[in-house]
Design a protein around this ligand. Structure first.
Ligand code: IDP
Ligand code: MG
Length: 154
């Protein structure tokens, strides 16, 4: 089944949004298979945000992402990558749809509460960037019979 990475960013840690964010994904029916708090160093940020290295806001973004620990979570589900991006909302939180995390909890294109992997290919790379295999868990989620039709999870 598909897995995707989210990072609960420093703004959320400071603003007390860890529970709220985690609850959104739990209520959606996604399965938490990995979670840890960590400080991001320069090396992991250079890799994670390589696509933005020439942007004028890159230095500010790295400073922001190092301003407190983040929480990395790996969520699993059918079509999890897209489902999580929809719950996340667009990059510029000021214009994100109401009901999405960014739409409901943020006002900035930088301080936008979470990171979420943007494609299946990126998700596979990002999950392994932040988690060792031994930090990811396989277990049965008993509520699946009420979350998916039988033929969706075979
Ligand atoms: P995404 O997080 O929606 O996938 P990306 O373009 O991958 O957006 O950018 C990664 C992160 O870089 C954003 O979540 C945000 O924190 C920051 N960022 C993106 N665009 C801007 C900007 O125009 N100004 C400041 N920060 C930005
Ligand atoms: Mg992105």
């Amino acid at each position: 089944m598909e897995r995707t990475l989210i990072l609960i960013k420093p703004d959320s840690i400071q603003r007390g949004l860890i529970g709220e964010i985690t609850t959104r994904f739990e209520r959606k029916g996604l399965k938490l298979v990995g979670m840890k708090m960590m400080h991001l160093n320069e090396a992991i940020l250079l890799e994670h945000y390589a696509h933005l290295k020439d942007k004028p806001f890159f230095a500010g973004l790295k400073k922001f992402m190092r301003s407190s620990p983040v929480i990395a979570q790996c969520w699993e589900g059918v079509g999890a990558v897209k489902a999580v991006r929809i719950l996340c909302g667009i990059t510029n939180a000021r214009e994100a749809d109401a009901g999405s995390l960014r739409g409901d909890f943020a006002m900035s294109p930088q301080c936008n509460v979470i990171h979420a992997s943007d494609s299946q290919e990126t998700a596979a790379k990002e999950v392994s960037r932040f988690f060792k295999n031994s930090e990811l868990f396989e277990y049965e989620k008993t509520e699946y019979m009420h979350v998916y039709a039988e033929d969706e999870i075979q």
